[in-house]
Design a binder for this molecule. Sequence first.
Ligand SMILES: [Zn+2]
Length: 171
Amino acid sequence: MTELTVEQRQEVIIEAALDYMTHQDWYWCEDDDDPEVVADLLRLYAVDPNLPPTPCSGSILFDTGVTLALTWEAERRAEYERSLPVWICDCGTRYKLEQWALSNESFYTVTDDGLFDELAGTLKGKRGIGSVPPDPKYAANNGGCITCRKAFKATIDRQADPQTSLLFDLL
Ligand SMILES: [Zn+2]
């Protein structure tokens, strides 16, 4: 195998990353690649040109592209988590909610830089039935606040009701 130049190596890795992202449905383009996405990948690649390969295809270059794609996805994920508003329980505990299907929501505690921390609980369906998170830290929790234990669903309903909200403000 002939040695690739630095530019060729970078090109192959970026191509592999785009392939992998397309395969994962993270990225789609009809003709030319999205210059913004390519610029993001080049920027991330420049940060660490010696990215370790993620075992995937057996080709070191392709698998390095996979690592680059995963890095790109993690960055998008962090951007998304930061963009979500904070929801505050009546007791003052801060959460971020992720709606992952119609009326199915997960509640996460929030890190100092606005990312999801721990999964605190999940609500399912219109009646907001609490379910035990698959993640074990708050496994004893059943759809309620980790601090005051009040059911998330009850607090959300109360906050949505202007009359009881007013009453609550007076208390
Ligand atoms: Zn609470």
